[in-house]
Design a protein around this ligand. Sequence first.
Ligand SMILES: C[S@@+](CC[C@H](N)C(=O)[O-])C[C@H]1O[C@@H](n2cnc3c(N)ncnc32)[C@H](O)[C@@H]1O
Length: 212
Amino acid sequence: MKATLFLLMAIFTAVPGFSQSHDQAEIDKKVRAFLNKHSGEWYDMNVPAKDGKLLHDLILENNYQRALEIGTSTGHSSIWMAWALSKTGGKLITIELDEKRHKEALKNFKEAGVSDFIDARLADAHVLVPKLEGPFDFVFSDADKTWYRNYFLAVDPKLLVNGCYTTHNVSDRPGYGSNSDYLEFLRSLPNYKTSVNSEGNGMSISYKTADR
Ligand SMILES: C[S@@+](CC[C@H](N)C(=O)[O-])C[C@H]1O[C@@H](n2cnc3c(N)ncnc32)[C@H](O)[C@@H]1O
């Protein structure tokens, strides 16, 4: 009996991916349960689930591992991204200025079981983003819209080629809230290929094709 237990423990720790896939199943279960329980409860300017899933899928499909989010709020989008990063072996840095939302996000990360994949910073992104070391391969910009271009310019040198820079509330349809000037700016960049996903609240998706 003792020998069998020992053997099982040896297999569990020695076979690559064995313990990880077991943990992943647990994480998947916990995140799904959390998202189901709280769907319809995201009132702090959070992304709709459609946009959360879009972020998750972009990270997973491209195997991104070094992600940055500007604008955590209470953590809905962070949880979708961290879930994907739990599968790619990556981590997310997310920044929030408002202490109450930051604290609520930390609580949500714990309940969703994704705290290990998130480095949540309480800071002014205007100050912190230019100081971050990088490199990053995935960025989600979702804080103050008037600063979108500045955030992009600060992160661009730290974004790896083939990396992806996404921005929320960007639409092809001109008008209030579409951030059309910013979209025009993204589309003018010769080393980025930008498209817009309009299934949720509008998301620009810019792939970096070359350093300059
Ligand atoms: C649209 S919400 C983010 C929603 C979040 N991405 C989600 O889907 O759950 C924007 C957040 O950015 C934060 N914010 C605004 N200006 C900021 C700044 N300069 N630095 C850090 N966070 C900022 C706001 O406090 C707000 O919580």
